[in-house]
Structure formats: C-alpha cells, structure tokens
Design a protein around this ligand. Structure first.
Ligand code: NI
Length: 162
C-alpha cells in the first residue's frame, strides 16, 4: 500500500472502529470484563483503558504535529497510567463510551487531513524521526491488536488491522 493510499485506509479503519466495535464490546459483560486471566495480566477493562490512554495521548500528538514544526513527542508509562485510572474498578459501559468518544475526537482532528499534512514530521523520543502517517498508522494497528486480544475480531476491516 502506498503512503497516499494509507491515509484513506487508516481513516476508514478508524471510522469502522467507531461504528462497529462498541456494539461488539458491549456483548462482554461487566463481570467478564473484570476477570483477570492471570494475576499479572490486564483484564478487559484495563486493556480497553490502555486503549483510551493511547487515544488520548495520540490525539494530543496529532494536534502538536499538525500545529508545530517537527515536535518531539514523549512516551508514557502504560502500566502506571492503567493503575492511576483504576480501570479495573470502572463501569464497563462507561469505559466503552469513553473509548468511542476518544476515537471520535481523533476522527474530528483528522477528517480533513491533506496529503501534505499526512507527511508532517515529528520525533518520537523512543524511536526517532517519523511522520504523522507512521504515527497514525501505528496507532490504528495498536488499537486493532488490543481489540483482537480482548476478543473483538475486526477481520472484516483492512489489512491495517493485521
Ligand atoms: Ni499496547
């Protein structure tokens, strides 16, 4: 897939996540979503909470990359953020709504991206130089990866989800 083709594909997957994933997530009960597969593993609530953290942080990264010249974007401690929000104790339906709202917020920020904006540069502290295209593509595939792990198969979406 060329870089130019990636933009509509990536936004297409994001739109599909917004329209299809919440109803599938809602099939999991609150009790099921609280169950930890092992003492040191995240339950579904914590895994979806991790996706909320990723969406919240990447929304900010997208805006900073669009509005400033080659910004340096810092990383985050994913385990600390999950613990800080006590996602395991939150209501599952609330978490689904929060996650969907954050995906919609990213869709609002990226809906009219031009091919030039898609190539805007940024620097990720952990990995170095990249473009908005790489940042957003990685974000979408990370979302799909965890949704698969929760048990939400998004196989009917693009290869970005592989
Ligand atoms: Ni992750």
């Amino acid at each position: 897939m060329s870089t130019a083709e990636l933009l509509p594909a990536c936004l297409g997957v994001l739109r599909a996540l917004d329209s299809m994933a919440p109803s599938r997530l809602a099939l999991i009960t609150d009790a099921q979503a609280s169950r930890r597969p092992a003492p040191d593993k995240w339950c579904c609530k914590e895994e979806l909470g991790h996706l909320c953290d990723s969406a919240s942080i990447n929304h900010q990264r997208i805006l900073v990359t669009l509005l400033t010249e080659q910004p340096t974007l810092s990383g985050y401690d994913q385990r600390q953020l999950v613990t800080r929000h006590a996602y395991a104790e939150q209501d599952w339906v609330d978490l689904i709504q929060l996650w969907q709202g954050l995906i919609i917020h990213i869709l609002m920020a990226t809906d009219n991206l031009t091919p030039t904006e898609w190539q805007r540069p940024c620097v990720l502290e952990s990995t170095g130089n990249l473009t908005l295209s790489a940042l957003l593509t990685h974000f979408v595939s990370h979302q799909c990866h965890h949704l698969h792990h929760i048990g939400i198969r998004m196989d009917d979406l693009s290869a970005l989800c592989e």
